[in-house]
Design a protein around this ligand. Sequence first.
Ligand code: GLU
Length: 481
Amino acid sequence: MVRTRFAPSPTGALHLGNARTAALNWLFARHTGGTFILRFEDTDVQREVEGAEERILEALDWLGLDRDEGPEVGGPSGPYRQSERLELYRAHAERLLAEGQAYHCYCTPEELEARRSRARAAKGELRYDGRCRRRPKSEVDRLVAEGVRPSVRFRVDPGTVRYVDRVRGELTVNGEELGDQVILRSDGRPTYNFAVVVDDLLMEITHVIRGAGHLSNTPKQVLFFAALGAEPPEYLHLPSVLAPGGGKLSKRAGAPAVLEYRELGYHPDGLLNYLSLLSWSSPRGEEVLSRGQLIEEVDLDRIGKANPEIDPDKLRWLSGQHFRRESTERLAAALSLRLGYRFDVDEAQLRRLAEVLRDRILILADADPICALVLPEPSLSVPGARDALADPTAGRVLRGVADRWRDLDRWTRDDLKTALVAVGKEEDFAGRRLYHPVRVALTGAVQGPDVPDLAYILGPVRTLERLLAGAAIAAGLAEGA
Ligand code: GLU
């Protein structure tokens, strides 16, 4: 049974690189009917950021990456926060100590740093020199008496360490190059590599899918697994996601955090689709893939080695493609959330707004100017509006259109348009003479979406009210002229 995990450190927002890792672990678990686990790697207290856990959860929820096990949902191999698992790391370190696979190290961080900087200056060896492997008992007794608390260090013997990455195949490193590894610090906190192995072991993780930055940690982790008498999971390191034009990913370089994409109104399925395309592609060459299709088609064997670059235009386009396929109900609900209480809109209006906007927007923010134009009461006192309504025929146009539209059986965009054209023919108004006063009466502006779309969104009651209000102003202006 496949068990994957996403193991972020709560040190900040969820960015696209990490979100891609989460997405792939989730898709693969869903594809195989396996289990997707969330684990917070929060042992580095100094780097922790207040509220980061909540924001990561919110971002995962928005992307629809639900957890089968994790800090908020629980599960059989919890707790799912490393800070709550310290006892487990200690017990496993004790076991390695008892078996002679690890030893106490009394070198203090200050001493180690001093030795390393000397070595750096002399361009010498930076690895741990194994001093505490050989420290005489008398010296150890003295250090203990002085109150020095030891760390626990794992023995890495010379010899070839083999490990396998699904993308890169078999890799090797010499144990000598790694050096003996601290697994438990003197304050009892585990080091990153050890905690990950104890967790992956106890949580029975079958596939570790993570960023390529962790490739160099893998041989150490494989050694810990062997020492604990277990087979390592299958490792797959994803190529790094780069900023547009190459370089490191950052907000400045055009890659905001996941929740910022939510604020801008990207379609979450569009972002999930995009994150998938960064890693693998459908053998059918199809780019727009629904959540279900992504789950069905995800294929770890199609993940390449090349580092993908973020393409913001492609991401926006994909978001739009997912809006095109969205149901009216869901789009109306998303618009309602976005509009909040800023405008007085009812359900029916929201649905009509969704129908008109579905084919026009790439992200919900694209709806903002249209909503701001159509939904508030129009101000007809602005100069452009007054000029349009001062046209001698404006009053007749508005009353004619109002009469026609009032008689419509169905309030559809097609019927609104046909009726509008018919008024133009009947009264011999064309082009601007016809459209201008109607547009101005409905919105107070001289530009915007097609007139039938505007009326369709507003609905019969508001449309007729606005047309007649416009006609009254036009009449007043004609009298005054
Ligand atoms: N906590 C690590 C990170 O945020 C992930 C560790 C792992 O996936 O093995 O990069």
